[in-house]
Design a protein around this ligand. Structure first.
Ligand code: SF4
Length: 199
């Protein structure tokens, strides 16, 4: 008897522009997977709803859009994203970006890891961009925690490690800009999709 195909809990699939970080402005398919292993007070994402879909069905739905950049997000996408789903997306030609809280390692086939670290412990193995929601905390200490992962991500992608600070819900933009001006290894990340009122 054949086993039923594995399903993933999908919150939503939509097509838009990447609004934040290094790939800002890039047309991208967004695959939001349900569930998270953290409970951040400032979380503005409803990732609870879930539709079970196979890897093949997810890949088919995502490939219906014209772009071949996919952002796998959540919740915490690495709770579910595995080699089988990565392979199905790769077979459709996708460049795979994940947005993770840093709590889990990424499958080998993922092309770009965006880490917005929340509560420890951390187990992410490589990072291409570190994106911190700035609330006046010691971001240099946070960045130093991930120095090895940033180096590994950079050596894989050939792109120097990127460090971004993002205002918290747009409320402390001036404070964030002031910090970056004084510490120019950081870059400003804005939630541009909210500024132009798209998803
Ligand atoms: S890790 Fe991200 S998705 Fe999960 S609760 Fe925190 S802000 Fe929300």
């Amino acid at each position: 008897m054949t086993q039923p195909a594995k399903t993933y809990a999908v919150n939503e699939i939509f097509y838009s522009l990447q609004g934040e970080g290094f790939h800002t402005g890039t047309p991208a398919v967004f695959l939001r997977l349900s569930g998270c292993n953290r409970r951040c007070a400032f979380c503005d994402t409803d990732f609870s709803a879930a539709t079970p879909m196979t890897a093949a069905a997810i890949a088919e739905a995502c490939a219906a859009f014209p772009a071949r950049h996919i952002v796998v997000t959540g919740g915490e996408p690495l709770l579910q994203l595995d080699d089988a789903l990565v392979s199905a997306l790769k077979a459709c030609g996708f460049f795979i970006q994940v947005e993770t809280n840093g709590s889990m390692p990424a499958p080998a086939g993922v092309d770009w890891v965006t880490c917005s670290p929340k509560e420890p412990p951390y187990a992410i193995d490589r990072i291409n961009e570190l994106k911190i929601v700035y609330q006046g905390q010691d971001v240099e200490a946070t960045a130093s925690l991930f120095a090895a992962q940033l180096e590994k991500g950079s050596s894989r992608s050939g792109v120097p490690p990127r460090l971004y600070l993002q205002p918290c819900s747009g409320l402390n933009t001036a404070e964030t800009v002031a910090y970056i001006l004084g510490h120019p290894c950081w870059r400003l990340s804005l939630q541009t999709h909210k500024l132009i009122n798209i998803q």
